[in-house]
Design a protein around this ligand. Structure first.
Ligand SMILES: Cc1cc2nc3c(=O)[nH]c(=O)nc-3n(C[C@H](O)[C@H](O)[C@H](O)COP(=O)(O)O)c2cc1C
Length: 292
């Protein structure tokens, strides 16, 4: 994998940036990823839906979104005229049919790529496996198709191989980890109880997921999870990421896209690489072979 060429993309992580309130920030990315869209309008979970913790953030937004018809009829055209970067549409659902029907309707010029959200911890998931959903969607869309997977997957290599076999063009990882925070009275802070844990604490989890995925596939990997700075991004690339996405950091620092991009180049040079891409997969070289 070392030295493989190809343009490294910097994206926002789905659900972490509103392009209508911050179009200038969205335009700093190489592509903008929408909040996950589901067939029906969703108000999301009842409040409290966000909690700060020592090392990260918990959210139980629950895929609040206007629903497919409003998204396609209003949000997407407005988005395309607001920002001038390619748009990736994040697709969610509760059955394989939900995913397929949305994918069928995304054959439009405004859509550069489809990212299947197969991993939201804040809603009940579709009973079908990730690979089944990918295979069904592959059958109805010619758009580049990425599958976003959960860090809860025990065997990331097997999951990614199945997704590749089903026809995905790339994988995105990781979504949030399920977590709980308690208030002073020992009640759950989030009304739903558990939420998705994101931010700095997720970085080692993301590194492990990307490393395992890269050992199993040569597909492009959009890596996210706790990226705060250029060094974090470089570490994900060293584990095998071809692209990087910024999530929770955007809530604290709207300059993160340009800052992380500049730091990434600086950190790569400091580590002895002319370009960040040249560090692709170098961490795999240090992984010891299993003992017999
Ligand atoms: C407030 C919030 C909303 C999110 N909404 C979505 C979503 O709609 N779809 C999705 O695939 N991921 C969603 N995520 C997960 C992020 O895209 C990302 O995978 C995760 O936060 C890990 O990256 P980070 O540690 O850099 O935030 C959300 C995360 C947060 C914090």
């Amino acid at each position: 994998m070392r030295g493989r060429t190809g343009a490294l993309l910097l994206l926002n992580a789905s659900g972490c940036l509103d392009a209508f309130t911050a179009p200038d920030v969205a335009s700093l990315f190489d592509a903008f990823v929408t909040k996950t869209v589901t067939p029906e309008l969703r108000q999301g979970n009842p409040p409290v839906r966000i909690a700060e913790t020592e090392h990260g953030m918990l959210n139980a937004i629950g895929l609040a979104n206007p629903g497919r018809d409003t998204f396609l009829g209003q949000t997407l055209p407005r988005l395309a005229s607001t920002i001038d970067v390619p748009i990736w549409v994040s697709v969610g659902g509760f059955s394989v049919r939900d995913y397929v029907e949305t994918c069928e309707q995304l054959a439009r010029d405004e859509v550069a790529c489809v990212e299947l959200n197969l991993s939201c911890p804040n809603v009940d998931e579709a009973p079908e496996s990730a690979a089944e959903i990918v295979r069904a969607c592959r059958g109805v869309t010619a758009k580049p198709l990425y599958a976003k997977v959960s860090p809860h997957t025990w065997d990331m290599g097997e999951t990614v191989r199945a997704i590749e076999e089903a026809g995905a063009d790339g994988v995105s990882m990781v979504n949030t980890l399920r977590g709980v925070a308690l208030d002073a009275g020992l009640h759950t802070t989030l009304a739903r109880g558990a939420g998705g844990y994101s931010g700095p604490a997720l970085k080692p989890v993301a590194l492990a997921a990307v490393l395992a995925a890269r050992r199993a596939t040569a597909l492009p990997i959009v890596a996210m999870g706790g990226v705060q700075n250029g060094r974090d991004a470089l570490e994900l690339i060293a584990c095998g990421a071809t692209h990087i996405a910024l999530g929770t950091v955007l809530f604290a620092d709207v300059d993160a896209p340009s800052r992380v991009r500049a730091e990434l180049h600086e950190e790569a040079r400091r580590a002895g690489f002319e370009r960040p891409e040249d560090a692709l997969g170098v961490a795999l070289e240090s992984v010891a072979k299993p003992a017999n």
